[in-house]
Design a protein around this ligand. Structure first.
Ligand code: HEM
Ligand SMILES: *[C@@H]1O[C@H](CO)[C@@H](O)[C@H](O)[C@H]1NC(C)=O
Length: 597
């Protein structure tokens, strides 16, 4: 591909170019050719309905020919490399359209990634090629493939043009949305900010955790949607440490127990979130809808980019702050004052590194996106699990209170030794990884991926060039051959007793924070934030109770999951769903019981 977005080409032009590159050879070429041939061969004697029928038929026919030819070449190439191709899913309809429809249907009605899980089972393979619309699309829960794509074969895979195109106006040149040298320079710039000294300062956590607990006190014996509450806690915390200013969503009215209706994710929120916060959420929503349309979304937005209005609102909020930070830097420089990077927020830190306001704005947005829903998800599912395992709650609470009795503010030192707390968080991240599905695309070279020791076939696995590889941390984290027959159960002790050896020998079987050169920069920050909040919560509360009676209609798993469901579907009390990050459908309604003083 000659156009690359890393070189700053006009994004709209790129979007159209990409569309034409997909649509013309697949649809326009065969239909136009048929029209032309009909004229040439039948001299206008063919009726127009007959011509249209022929044109419709030409699409699958032509694409089957095209894909058969390219399959043949890939098979030759795989042989040459001594590799096997992952099993190809063979549907009933051309282009595996029936498989695609079944996937959509399953995503609406069944457990998360259930359909792809059945494909792995049916093909007795941890990697399959779904062959949607005649193209290669590889899905995997094989830790060997994940290791290669993220780490050992890092140079051969990138985020891919499709993901970049989807996110471009929203995330721009930020760290999330670039490969190669541009990404490398962003990473180098951001990394020092996450150094241990800086992230061991818990002032921000304390301010917003205290606010969250005061909100909880106001809820009293009623129930609260903790998913909504934690989204506010993590957003306010992130805004403080990123921009140095509190968006203060915790002060806005909460959804009320028993009155909540289903919003796009959890329960819909009444009242106005700040303009910035709601624009940020809406832009994310557009990104998610685009990913549902697959390659076809540029058709829907051919004449207008749906993120632009939100991007404008985001700019209205951020640009004055960015300008102020850059001005202050100039003033300090003129006065001969050197600012110390340690005592700044991320915005000021970035301003000491660059004069480019656009770069600063995009970097702030990227890190806000990375930090917020992920950490809220970890906290939400931790509460979900602790509510069902009172003995685990009692144990983790006791450990926390020994290190940090009520009234005392947790410190870096006091959190560092909470071993069981870390096991609880690891076990939650295993069963409910906040990024439950993720992907990369191969660049212009084919790969022969070395098989993992656990792989049934010990030959390398072939991946063609320019091919999407989607991996499911959620399914990988629940594989019984890796984790044992009790893989579906919540058991933090597996991180402490001898079962942990499996993990030590095969670390890529656990990838909630990704792996390799692009591993999450905020891992320690997130674990600190979550542990900090939980210790504060344990200091005041000792009983957590799920309140299904308050879940909005349509958010409780259907009865069929208990009887026909597989794996955790049989036992799940809530409906895990994903919108880039994992969440609980309808929110997670919980009642907290205060500990006796
Ligand atoms: C439990 C919480 C979190 C989880 C599970 C998590 C998970 C992840 C994952 C899976 C990725 C890889 C995304 C990809 O490249 O495909 C990632 C990247 C990243 N995360 Fe996190 N994250 C969490 C919290 C945070 C926080 C709190 C921050 C910042 C304060 C953060 C900053 C980043 C950044 C900057 C990247 C991009 C790294 C790069 O591309 O080089 N994350 N995270
Ligand atoms: C938690 O998981 C990490 C890997 O992400 C591992 O290094 C650590 O030892 C685990 N800790 C505990 C206590 O489970």
């Amino acid at each position: 591909m000659s156009l690359s977005m890393d070189e700053g080409v006009d994004y709209t032009a790129y979007r159209r170019f990409f569309l034409f590159k997909t649509v013309i050879p697949a649809f326009v070429f065969p239909t136009v050719t048929v029209a032309f041939l009909a004229r040439l061969l039948f001299h206008n004697t063919l009726s127009w309905p007959a011509t249209i029928l022929l044109q419709i038929a030409s699409v699958p026919l032509w694409n089957t020919i095209r894909s058969t030819y390219s399959d043949f070449r890939h098979t030759q190439e795989a042989k040459r490399l001594g590799a096997v191709e992952p099993p190809k899913v063979v549907g009933k309809w051309p282009g595996n359209i029936d498989i695609m429809l079944a996937m959509f249907k399953s995503a609406k009605t069944k457990y998360f990634h259930d359909y792809i899980d059945t494909l792995f089972e049916e093909h007795s393979s941890h990697t399959v090629n779904t062959r949607l619309l005649w193209g290669n699309q590889i899905w995997t829960r094989d830790e060997g493939v994940v290791k290669y794509v993220l780490a050992t074969g890092f140079e051969k895979f990138g985020k891919g043009q499709r993901i970049k195109m989807n996110m471009e106006t929203f995330l721009g040149s930020g760290i999330f949305n670039r490969d190669g040298d541009t990404w490398r320079s962003h990473r180098a710039m951001a990394r020092p900010f996450f150094a241990k000294e800086r992230i061991s300062d818990f002032e921000y956590f304390e301010e917003h955790a205290a606010h969250t607990l005061s909100v909880l006190r106001g809820v009293g014996d009623s129930a609260v949607d903790v998913q909504d509450l934690f989204a506010r806690f993590t957003l306010d915390t992130a805004s403080s440490f990123l921009f140095g200013s509190n968006i203060d969503t915790l002060s806005l009215p909460l959804p009320k127990a028993g009155e909540a209706v289903m919003g796009p994710k959890g329960s819909a929120i009444e009242g106005e979130f700040g303009e910035f916060a709601s624009a940020f959420e809406s832009a994310q929503q557009v990104i998610i809808e685009r990913s549902r349309f697959g390659v076809a979304w540029p058709v829907v937005e051919l004449f207008g980019d749906r993120t632009l209005q939100y991007v404008q609102a985001i700019r209205n909020f951020l640009d004055p702050m960015v300008k102020r930070a850059l001005d202050e830097k100039q003033k300090a420089k003129a006065a001969g004052i050197e600012k110390h990077a340690e005592d700044t927020n991320f915005l000021d830190y970035l301003a000491t590194n660059t004069d480019d306001p656009e770069m600063i704005r995009f970097e702030l947005l990227n890190i806000l996106l990375a930090s917020r829903d992920t950490t809220a998800c970890l906290l939400t599912y931790t509460i979900y699990l602790l509510a069902q395992y009172p003995e685990v709650l009692a144990r983790v609470r006791e450990e926390a209170l020994n290190a940090c009795p009520p009234g005392q503010v947790p410190t870096y030192e006091s959190l560092r030794h909470l071993k069981y707390m870390r096991a609880v968080l690891n076990e939650t991240l295993r069963l409910f990884p906040p990024v439950p599905g993720n992907g990369r695309a191969s660049v212009g070279v084919a790969s022969a991926i070395p098989p993992s020791p656990a792989s049934p076939d010990q030959r390398p696995i072939y991946v063609p060039p320019y091919t999407g590889v989607i991996y499911s941390p959620l399914l990988l984290h629940r594989r019984k051959d890796l984790w044992g027959p009790d893989a579906d159960e919540f058991d933090p002790d597996r991180w402490i007793d001898k079962r942990v050896d499996r993990m030590v020998k095969n670390p890529l079987m656990f990838v909630p924070f990704n792996a390799g050169p692009r591993i999450c920069l905020g891992q320690q920050f997130a674990l600190n934030e979550a542990s900090f909040f939980l210790v504060r919560l344990f200091q005041e509360y000792d009983r957590f109770e799920l309140t299904p009676e308050y879940q909005p209609a349509g958010s409780i798993p259907p009865d069929s999951w208990k009887t026909e469901g597989r794996g955790r579907a049989k036992i799940e009390k809530v409906w895990p769903a994903s919108a880039l990050t994992l969440y609980v459908k309808g929110g997670l309604w919980v009642r907290f019981g205060r500990a006796a003083a």
